[in-house]
Write a protein that binds this ligand. Sequence first.
Ligand code: NA7
Length: 544
Amino acid sequence: MSQEINAASAPPDATEFDAVIVGAGFAGMYMLHRLRGLGLTARVFEVGDGVGGTWYWNRYPGARCDVESLEYQYGFSDEIQRDWTWTERYAAQPEILRYQNYVADRLDLRRDMRFSTRVTSAAYDERAGLWTIGTDRGDRVQARFCIMATGCLSAARVPDFEGLDEFEGAWYHTGDWPKEGVDFTGKRVAVIGTGSSGVQSIPLIAEQAAHLTVFQRTANFTLPAGNRPLPKEEIEKSKATLLQDRQHARTTPGGIICFEYNETLAAEMTPEDRKRELESRWNKGGFAFLGAFGDLMATHEANDQAADFARAKMRAVIENPDVVDLLLPNDHPIGVKRLCLDTHYLETFNAPHVELVDVRKTPIEKITAKGIRCGGKEYEADCIVFATGFDAMTGALTNIDIAGRNGAKLSEKWAAGPRTYLGLGSAGFPNLFFITGPGSPSVLSNMIVSIEQHVEWIADCIGRLTEGNIRSIEPKKEAEDLWVDHVNEVAAATLYPQANSWYMGANIPGKPRIFMPYAGGVGVYGEKLAEVAAADYEGFELGA
Ligand code: NA7
């Protein structure tokens, strides 16, 4: 590791690099480390004033990872993992951000990073074989490779509600939370949105607020996270085996070993066995619930068993008869919208100062000076929290003016939905890589496992191109078309397309309804990546 730490950086005022990396979250940090290991120069640009990406921005109360901390960490360095100790089963945002800063210190990453800088454009010069990257601070730098480590959930989105600029109170988006925090003590607070961010923040906001009004469009399946402090023995065991465990995780569908998939189909089990399986997984907490039967995500029959079980459990903790039916999800199979893991979310609605408004029945009409108008009634609020999600998977990419061969724009090419080969690149955009791009397992997996899988593949690829004096790599259109078809076919064999989810782009008016991540699983996908690389980058055009 020390050799890589000492790798030469480009001078601070350099404008030419081997690679530019956009984003300093988990993906950008590791990518920089790997490129340094190849002896290449790289510059990272990041909007935040520090490393962290998702975990830099999502500082809302209760923000916590829904993948267990012992698995949600880098697995590439034994030294790094051994010298860090997680405290809880699910790490909270401040702890994850501390971890990222610890890694940035250990690898001395910041000297090649420029913070508080947004990349606004990237244009490919075909003759020179170089990308020119522009930023909002006026930088114009050139690099052979441009690597988008921009994250899948980083373009925070406030819906276009009429009247927001007239609102006299303060408003916040969970994905762009003030660093100094927000004190809701004694305030009347409105929260719009009941995805993971709403479900995590609502119980804590309710503890402070004088009155809390929650505006719900879709009731979500939510189950107890079962968070707890990590015992010493569990930590020690993980430290001893993390690197092997990570190899194992890469062969699993979700990149998570504690998930424990049961491959038996629901119909092959007795009702008692099904109940026992669901009960033990529910009690354990976490996403493992979705692994109860082999066909839980594939057939309505199996899914209904789990969904009915979950609804009964949810119903049991809701005391307020006025809201019980509203809080129970009934318009989508369980798991096809991101499952929420909560700590006392449903119980929050038992409190007399917490109110639930159904905006499916009566959509929000407008934001007023004093609050939110909905169903002809004005709900007054001192603060509004938008827990309304992200322009997921594509937003952070299409927000940058990316121009490939002949000036063709990525945003135009993707107007009817993202088109990539393996989620790694797009035809017409040579030497442009996406880390966990659309068309890869990404958000359906442990993001860090998928990030490492991509970063290592990209680093190997760049290393081989550099050694072989190969100027460029770019997906062939035929390979891309086949991959997009394959991604769609795999999704169609699951229940995923049956919900209005951000996986489908359904949360953004006008966004094409396409299932964006690859549902074939991390293991299967990893085999495909290895085959492609071994076959001299089959499906890619290599430019001499
Ligand atoms: P999500 O999961 O996209 O949730 C956003 C929520 O906001 C969801 O309940 C939406 O309802 C709701 N929403 C969005 N737009 C509106 C409008 N216009 N009116 C009313 N309600 C609206 O984002 P999160 O930040 O909670 O979580 C993102 C991921 O981060 C999560 O899945 C984990 O992977 C971590 P809808 O369901 O679309 O009807």
